[in-house]
Design a protein. Structure first.
Length: 241
């Protein structure tokens, strides 16, 4: 008890309490949510992440366009060189995106495009909204697609495995892969083609047109019913004989 009344001990004890209080208070401030405001910011890429570091969204220009993300790991993308936004699920796997672009070349030719897609789990797009222009030709569409159940990671592994092989061996590996992995099939198409025809196409599980409703550029409307081989079995109005 005599030790506890010692002045030197009391000074040390007081200092320790003060330090503990300061750490607690400052630590509380550090844990608080902070908001920073900007009037304007120039940036080539923004990665949006969860508190645990899981990537959830990438906003980028063309130069820093991301690859394909699967469970937090980035893989090369075969042709993604455009500005846009890529969305990722809770596991850090890509599940949709918005891209856009366009330019005018030295020869005067110009293009413009936009694409919004929603992906299946660990697969490619189930639904997409597209709009594009090549000079005077314009086309827009909404498409729905049946996707196979195998994870797209198997296709990425194939691409990585054959990238350094000769062309003929690459094609052989791809053919072997396709035998064991079913292909996706478009089921619904609604859009306007470059020929100015507006159409709704309903397809079977194999992607064959079965009902086609369209209005041609000249205003002629038709409804066609087709068999699995593409033969028209009924048409309205009936074709002139």
């Amino acid at each position: 008890m005599k030790f506890l009344s010692n002045q030197r001990f009391l000074a040390i004890y007081s200092g320790v309490l003060t330090l503990a209080f300061a750490v607690t208070v400052l630590g509380g401030f550090a844990a608080e949510h902070k908001t920073t405001s900007f009037d304007e910011i120039n940036v080539q890429r923004i990665n949006l992440v969860e508190p645990d570091g899981t990537l959830r969204m990438v906003i980028s220009d063309k130069a820093l366009a991301p690859g394909i993300y699967l469970h937090g790991k980035e893989h090369p993308h075969p042709d993604r060189k455009t500005a846009g936004m890529i969305f990722l699920n809770d596991e850090g796997t890509e599940n949709g995106g918005l891209i856009f672009g366009g330019d005018k070349e030295k020869d005067g030719k110009f293009s413009s495009y936009g694409h919004l897609s929603f992906d299946a789990y660990e697969q490619d797009q189930l639904m997409s909204l597209d709009a594009g222009q090549e000079n005077e030709h314009q086309a827009e569409s909404i498409t729905l697609v049946d996707r196979p159940n195998y994870p797209i990671g198997e296709l990425i592994d194939l691409t990585d495995r054959i990238k350094d092989l000769p062309k003929d061996k690459q094609q052989a590996e791809i053919a072997q892969f396709l035998k064991a992995h079913p292909s996706p099939h478009q089921r619904v198409y609604l859009g306007r083609g470059a020929d100015k025809t507006a159409a709704l196409k309903l397809k079977d599980l194999e992607g064959h047109d079965r009902i086609v409703m369209q209005v041609a550029a000249d205003g002629t409307p038709t409804v066609k019913f087709l068999d699995a081989g593409g033969k028209v079995i009924s048409e309205m109005p009936s074709p002139a004989k």
